[in-house]
Design a protein. Sequence first.
Length: 295
Amino acid sequence: MPTVRTDDGVNLHYEEAGTGIPMVFVHEYAGDHRSWEMQLRFFARRYRCIAFAARGYPPSDVPSDPEKYSQDRATDDIAAVIRGLNLGKTHVVGLSMGGFATLHMGLRHPDLCRSLVAAGVGYGAAPGKTAQFHAETDAAIARIRSETMAVFGKTYGRGPTRLVFEEKDPRGYAEFVQQLCEHSTEGSALTMNGVQRRRPNLFDLKDGFARMTVPTFIIAGDEDDPTLEASIYLKRTIPSSALLVMPKCGHTMNLEDPDAFNRAVLDFVTQVDGGAWRNRIPASLAGGIIAAKEK
């Protein structure tokens, strides 16, 4: 079973497929390395694809020390995979929790990134939502510990932004919930507290995002309400970014609509690899509605 060892001694399990320019896939809180199977099958025809299980998600190690879990550590674990496998500059594709870590790669490890795809990011970031997010994560942690993930996973998997997944693809949704319920109770509780609850607010990172130059693709589902405001903010702030809003789509977009997701990401990385990705034209942010800039 292949693993990469981090600088703090945690073994991260990964799976690999394909050859070519590297792509690393970073899963969401409710997912794991298996969540990217439809992306590995698609992109491995053109790219060297790696999907890894985050710390706290077997078969990766589940450290018992709460301080082993943080936003910085989640970000550095992506860097550890890229360096450990000698990938060089890599396309990094992340969803939700993985999307947050992917954005932080652009802030902290831009030298390792060929491009960034940050899908489904923004939970708890919208103005006025921090207290609610903390209260809901605290309640979730308590239930995880009291009920175990085998039980609580069935409730967590029915969050409001996942109901459209069940509606459009009951079979895929059932597989998603089954895999969620297989997660480590301890690892899930520690990740929820250390990575999810304690991560910095995206709106507090504006200065860093405004300086980012790594090509960035932000994707949101139009029925994933907690991400919409943050996604527009990121588009307006990161000069090298583009925004896609997927119609009739919730939080788990790579599973809900894999064909649309894959094709959109392929178009993005193809532009990057072809040297055709450009930063936003500064004059388009001049503030006018119809007034044009004089030549």
